[in-house]
Design a protein around this ligand. Sequence first.
Ligand code: CIZ
Ligand code: SF4
Length: 303
Amino acid sequence: MENILEKIQELKRERQAVILAHNYQRPEVQDIADYVGDSLGLSIQAASTDAKVIIFCGVHFMAETAKIFSPEKTVLIPDPDAGCPMADMITGEQLRGLKAQHPDAQVLCYVNTSAEVKAECDLCCTSANAVTMVQEVLKDAKEIIFAPDQYLAAYVAEKTGRTFIPWHGFCPTHAKILPEDVEREKARHPNAVVLAHPECRPAVTHLADIVASTEGMCRYVQETAATEIIVGTEVGIIHRMRKENPGKVFYPVSEQAVCPNMKRITLEKVLWSLQDMVHEVNPPLEIARRAYASIEKMLNYRS
Ligand code: CIZ
Ligand code: SF4
C-alpha cells in the first residue's frame, strides 16, 4: 500500500499531473486526490492549475468535461470502461431526432451527457442549478426538451411549475433507492435529517427533508445543527462527509446505492494511468467547442 501511494505521488510530480476524484469514488481514491468534488467544480478547478495532465477519477463524460475546460492539458481516465449508463441513454443522433420533432423547443441537457449530446443542446445544467436555469435563463421558452434524466426533469417540473418534453433516461444507481428504504432508515433513526439527490425517484425525494446535488449535500451537512444524517445518494460520498464532519453520524439510505462504474477506478489503475499515460479522453475539437458553448451559459448559475 505504502509503495503504491509513494509511486503515485512520485509519478504525479514527474508528469506534472493533478488528480481529481468525484464524490462517489472509493475512499482510497478520494484520499490520494488533489481535489474531491462534483464534475463541474472539479473541471473548473483543474483548469485553473498549471498541471500538464489531469487524471480524472470518475466516469467518461466527466473526463470529457475536464478536457472541454482544459483543451491544452492531457486528460486521462484510469479505466476507459467507466461510463455512465444514464449518459449513454441518449446519443447525439437520438437527440437530433427529438429536436426535429420539436423544432421550436429549447434544449436543456444535464451535465450527465456525452460531449456529443452537449454539442446538440442550447444549454447545459447541473443538479445544483437546474431549477434556476429553467426559472431564469429559459423563462421565456415556449417549449423545453429536458434530457436525459426523467427524475431530475420531474423534480424541476415540480419546483418550477413548467412541463418538459422529457427523455426517459435515469440513473440505475439512484433508481435502486426505494421509498421503503427511506421509511426504514427514518424509523431506525428518528432524529436524523434525510437528504436525497434529485436523480432519485419522486417517491423518494418527496420523503426527503433536503433535495440537493452532491456539493449541495456536502455544504448542508457542514452547516446544519443536525448530528445524524441519512444520505440518499451514492454511498461513496459518505467517506468525504465523515472526514469533513467527525462529530456527525451518517447512514446510507440504501447499501444498494453503489455505482459500479465509479468503483471501476482503483489505486492500481490510477498508477498505471500515470505510468503509461493512458487512457486519453479527447473529444473532437468541433464537438468540444460546441459543448463548451452550452456549458458556458450556466457558469454564472453554479449553485
Ligand atoms: O455532476 C456531478 O458531479 C454529478 C453527477 C452529481 C452531483 O450532484 O454532483
Ligand atoms: Fe451515472 Fe448514476 Fe453512476 Fe452517476 S451514479 S455516474 S448518474 S450511473
